[in-house]
Design a protein around this ligand. Structure first.
Ligand code: 6GU
Length: 270
């Protein structure tokens, strides 16, 4: 069928089903939540007074969730008058190297009307002046997967991939926020110390396994993109400690209050 061959068509089909499930014809803001960011949105949902939540597999084209701490739930809520479509987890490139599945969420959000896409993640910090628990604005990125979500589109300009307007807005909200360049590694293994040195040499400040492919897809759909990373650990070789996923989740929990406050304030000012 056409929907099986064309990602945009499949996204439109998912958006149509979303409208049925939520009773909301148009959403305004997509919020993709990385490890540790879900508590931030839970706080907002309490204030929102009512939301609709369902499993992503209720919509065509979505994969069931895999990793511990990553959910496949999608929540629709209204915050400060904006209709927010929150993905309480994402499909990662490392699950199956299926870039189309990775991009399907942000494409669905764009088809549902979202003109702003907020991508959050947990990442490793590469700079000694970064602290665990710091949210960092993504100023630019390096796509070390060498994959692309783009199909059909050609020569898309990425000069302003991470919206200057949205970054400026975040810095008004919290002038102490750091900015950095995020490198997406393919995963699922963390980087070796040598790969971490390579990333630093290439100009990266943050390393992770998500966000960049989604940012490219959302940007190509005409959405403004904001990326915020939560530094959950320093990358391999920077402290000498081994890395583990539980530490990443724990750091996310600890930072939820500040992260939630930032997201709530952003939604109020959009
Ligand atoms: Cl150190 N690397 C990657 N690729 N992803 C991470 C991370 C490190 N820490 C949290 N997520």
């Amino acid at each position: 069928t056409a929907s099986a061959s064309d990602p945009s068509e499949e996204a439109r089909a998912a958006a149509a089903r979303l409208a049925e499930l939520t009773g909301v014809r148009q959403h305004d803001v997509a919020l993709v939540l990385g490890s540790g960011w879900v508590p931030a949105v839970d706080r907002m949902s309490e204030d929102a007074g009512g939301h609709v939540e369902f499993d992503n597999t209720e919509l065509p084209g979505f994969r069931a969730a895999g990793v511990a701490g990553h959910s496949g739930k999608i929540r629709s809520l209204e915050v400060s008058g904006k209709r927010v479509l929150a993905f309480l987890g994402r499909t990662h490139y490392y699950e199956s190297r299926d870039v189309r599945a990775v991009a399907h969420g942000v494409r669905t959000a764009a088809a549902a009307g979202c003109r702003v896409t907020v991508l959050t993640n947990a990442c490793g910090g590469l700079r000694a002046d970064m602290n665990v628990g710091d949210p960092v604005l993504i100023s630019d990125s390096i796509n070390l997967t060498w994959a692309t979500p783009l199909v059909g589109a050609r020569f898309v300009d990425l000069t302003d991939l991470y919206s200057k307007r949205l970054r400026a807005l975040m810095l008004e909200i919290d002038p102490s926020l750091a900015e950095g360049v995020y490198a997406q590694f393919p995963g699922p293994q963390y980087e070796t110390p040598a790969e971490v040195r390579m990333a630093r040499t290439l100009g990266a400040d943050l390393v992770g396994m998500s966000t960049v492919l989604e940012a490219i897809a959302a940007h190509a759909e005409g959405s403004e993109v904001l990326g915020i990373s939560l530094v959950t650990n320093l990358a391999a070789g920077i402290t000498g400690e081994p890395l583990n996923h539980e530490e990443v989740l724990a750091a996310g929990k600890a930072a939820a209050t500040r992260a939630g406050g930032l997201l709530a304030e952003l939604l109020a000012r959009l």
